[in-house]
Write a protein that binds this ligand. Structure first.
Ligand SMILES: Cc1cc2nc3c(=O)[nH]c(=O)nc-3n(C[C@H](O)[C@H](O)[C@H](O)COP(=O)(O)OP(=O)(O)OC[C@H]3O[C@@H](n4cnc5c(N)ncnc54)[C@H](O)[C@@H]3O)c2cc1C
Length: 402
């Protein structure tokens, strides 16, 4: 190949880490690298629930892309990917077209809202900086309405979280800490505010050990979260949420329903004719799409399995480790070396329950309380260091001890 063009789509955990690793591995004359992303910043998805609850300002989660890439090696385009035309090896962006020789797809996930009436129209979701800020501002607006209205409308103070997976639980943990702050701000008695969590299964946090789940449930309930198990969501309207428990229909009057119940990979690549499984792109062990050896895939878009053939949970850690292998393999391809296999990610399980509480399983050890929350901070800080060294860590790191 004569100075191949490598195009990276998406600057989430997988895409940005691929770019940062490639800029270290390749010299300027070896390849042209282009990174395409919707915004001029990368954001830490693992902090979005804090941004949405209002416990962490969204600017803390934003990292300017120009501060971490070497612009003499990487051409950065702010644009939206519309489609991938594999036969012509081109990418259609909103504002231009790009030709590629090697492509890295790292477009992440989208909220899965199909099948439940009113979910797409009326539910809020936490997927990026703007949606997280929207959730926070929407809750504040409703508190302000309640404080100002002569005829008090309780639905303004009923907040419902749909889904008791990691995101739902982490958001509930942050929000229940923030509610007293919002109450003070808007002169509302704390007792007036209700925070509900609807979970379809009998248990929260799928994949976590029973005693970790038990701890999480007790922590949330003791702080006032009303968890409703086996609640099947039926419909979401502007001012109410309808669900069913044991065959009986129930309604919670609420203007604020936050859906955390499911994510799916980005639909942009669905029409590209790649081999898909669970709406994700099937990859081989080197992270190449099984149907196309000019396309690598990282993170939530990639359907990767462990040694037992089970799908690996989509996490930031998975995306980062895959990005490291992809950067190495792109360099190997250019230097006619053998490709490396991606080892199945050894995942720990971690969910925070607010700033100083959480549950985790790390190398078969169960961790509870502030220690789990502390591990999350270390892991976020380690990521910042990997991405932008000491400069970025000191600028954006979280150094709260407790
Ligand atoms: C609120 C929340 C909290 C989470 N907490 C944790 C956690 O604590 N720990 C953990 O390990 N995992 C966590 N996850 C999961 C983790 O964030 C994902 O697995 C990870 O972000 C996947 O990385 P990625 O690179 O595949 O995609 P992403 O990080 O989602 O990045 C994809 C990027 O592509 C951009 N993009 C999308 N479409 C287009 C387009 N058409 N054109 C241009 N750009 C586009 C998006 O803006 C996005 O920035 C969390 C997820 C959420 C939603």
């Amino acid at each position: 190949m004569n100075k191949p063009h490598i195009v990276i789509l998406g600057a989430g955990y997988g895409g940005i880490m691929t770019a940062v690793k490639l800029q270290k591995k390749l010299r300027q004359h070896e390849a042209k690298i282009t990174l395409v992303h919707k915004y001029d910043y990368h954001f830490q998805t693992s902090c979005l629930h804090e941004n949405a609850a209002g416990t962490l300002h969204q600017d803390r989660s934003k990292i300017k892309i120009k501060d971490i890439i070497n612009r003499s090696k990487i051409n950065f385009i702010i644009d939206e990917v519309v489609s991938i035309k594999r036969e012509e090896k081109t990418i259609k962006l909103k504002n231009k077209e790009l030709h590629y020789d090697l492509l890295v797809i790292g477009l992440g996930y989208e909220p899965h809202t199909e099948g439940i009436p009113g979910l797409r129209e009326h539910a809020y979701s936490i997927t990026d900086i703007n949606s997280a800020r929207f959730v926070r501002e929407h809750m504040e607006y409703n508190f302000a309405c309640y404080a100002n209205d002569i005829k008090k409308d309780q639905s303004r103070l009923n907040i419902v979280i749909g889904g008791g997976g990691i995101l739902g639980v982490e958001f509930a943990g942050e929000l229940i800490n923030q509610i007293p702050v919002m109450c003070r701000e808007y002169d509302i008695e704390k007792i007036q505010v209700n925070l509900y969590m609807l979970e379809e299964n009998t248990s929260l946090l799928p994949g976590f050990d029973e005693n970790l789940v038990h701890y999480a449930v007790s922590s949330l309930q003791s702080r006032g979260v009303e968890i409703i198990h086996q609640a099947k969501l039926k419909e979401c309207q502007e001012d109410k949420v309808i669900y069913e428990v044991e065959g009986k229909e129930q309604t919670i009057p609420s203007h604020t329903f936050i859906w955390t119940g499911g994510v799916q990979a980005n639909p942009v690549f669905e029409k590209a004719g790649l081999s898909l499984k669970n709406k994700k792109i099937e990859v081989d062990s080197s992270m190449l799409a099984t149907k196309d050896d000019s396309i690598f895939v990282v993170g939530d878009c990639a359907y990767s399995t462990d040694e037992n053939g089970e799908e690996i949970l989509p996490t930031a850690k998975k995306a980062i480790e895959e990005a490291t292998v992809v950067a190495k393999n792109i360099s190997s391809l250019l230097h006619n070396k053998e490709l490396t296999s991606c080892q199945p990610v050894k995942q720990g399980m971690l969910a925070t329950l607010g700033r100083d509480d959480g549950v985790a399983r790390i190398q078969n050890r169960r961790v509870f309380g502030w220690k789990a929350a502390f591990v999350k901070r270390i892991s976020d800080n380690h990521y910042l260091y990997q991405l932008g060294g000491w400069n970025l860590l000191l600028k954006k790191g979280n150094f709260h001890l407790l």
